[in-house]
Design a binder for this molecule. Structure first.
Ligand code: CAA
Length: 258
């Protein structure tokens, strides 16, 4: 069993849970935490017994950003050559659906971590923002790219250029989050969503995630071509015949690749 310093890791049935656990720093993403989150997620991702991963923080903070104290003394060459955020590239390749369950602050790298997930469930206490401009820097883990794709150029520009934070309701209206959940129910709701996904056929879930990812990264015509191929490929699996037979027979499908 791997020992972690900055996160808690648990398996519940077919769901992997990663809880960010640096309460003294509002879960700021220091080098150890990045390494551990990426390590735990990729370990879950390699396990066919895991069908969904939940990433959460505390009631006060999902994560308050990259660790400012760790970055404060760094210079250009440290950032350019050492690239302390490069581990996230591996996280972006995780194929298992990732659910961010956000309560409290999701700022800077914390907001960016949530946006690297597939689904964002937010407690009514959640606050999102990219306040890097107040520190004399800009977002560095995809914030200037994913935020405009999620909420549009003009709202993203206002948040990135002013550093203003937005609450859960505004984030939901803007399309950043999947939905708002009362804070006390956040983890139960995340568990429900994760278990639902984990009960489906794993290769079909991968195909759906891949196609959704293509929508973020390609133009419409290319994305549609990708979907067509991925759709056809699902017909190579037993799970397609089982799913459709179960519908015809009015029973629950039992997927073999779960
Ligand atoms: N890095 C390091 N430490 C942090 C931190 C961060 N991002 N955010 C909070 N902390 C620490 C604080 O320094 C404080 O530690 P001490 O008790 O040792 O002083 C502790 O966490 C509690 O924080 P506060 O006392 O500030 O708590 P608060 O409730 O008064 O304020 C807050 C909460 C508004 C979130 C405030 O902590 C804050 O503004 N944090 C920084 C947010 C930020 O600027 N994030 C962007 C970081 S840069 C980045 O992420 C770049 C990127 O894109 C990769």
């Amino acid at each position: 069993m791997t020992e972690y310093e900055t996160i808690l890791v648990e398996t519940r049935g077919r769901v992997g849970w990663i809880t960010l656990n640096r309460p003294e720093a509002l879960n700021a993403l220091n080098a150890t935490l990045v390494r551990e989150v990426v390590g735990a997620s990729t370990t879950f991702d390699r396990d066919p017994g895991i069908g969904a991963i939940v990433i959460t923080g505390s009631a006060k903070a999902f994560a308050a950003g990259a660790d400012i104290k760790e970055m404060a003394e760094q210079g250009y060459i440290d950032m350019y050559l050492n690239d302390p955020f490069r581990g996230w590239a591996e996280f972006e390749r995780v194929r298992t659906p990732l659910i961010a369950a956000v309560a409290g602050f999701a700022l800077g790298g914390g907001c960016e971590l949530a946006m690297m997930c597939d689904i964002i469930l937010a407690a009514d206490t959640a606050k999102f923002g990219q306040p890097e401009i107040n520190l004399g820097v800009i977002p560095g883990i995809g914030g200037t790219q994913r935020l405009p794709r999620a909420i549009g150029k003009y709202k993203a520009a206002e948040l990135v250029l002013t550093g203003r934070l937005m609450g859960a309701e505004e984030a939901e209206r803007a399309g950043l989050i999947s939905r708002i959940v009362p804070a006390a129910e956040l983890l139960d709701e995340a568990a429900l969503v994760a278990e639902t996904i984990a009960s489906k056929s794993l290769p079909v879930v991968y195909a759906a995630k891949d196609a959704l990812q293509a929508a973020q990264e390609t133009g419409l015509a290319e994305g549609i071509r990708f979907e067509k191929q991925a759709f056809a490929a699902t017909f190579a699996l037993d799970d397609q015949s089982e799913g459709m037979a179960a519908f015809r027979d009015k029973r629950t499908a039992h997927f073999s690749h779960r």
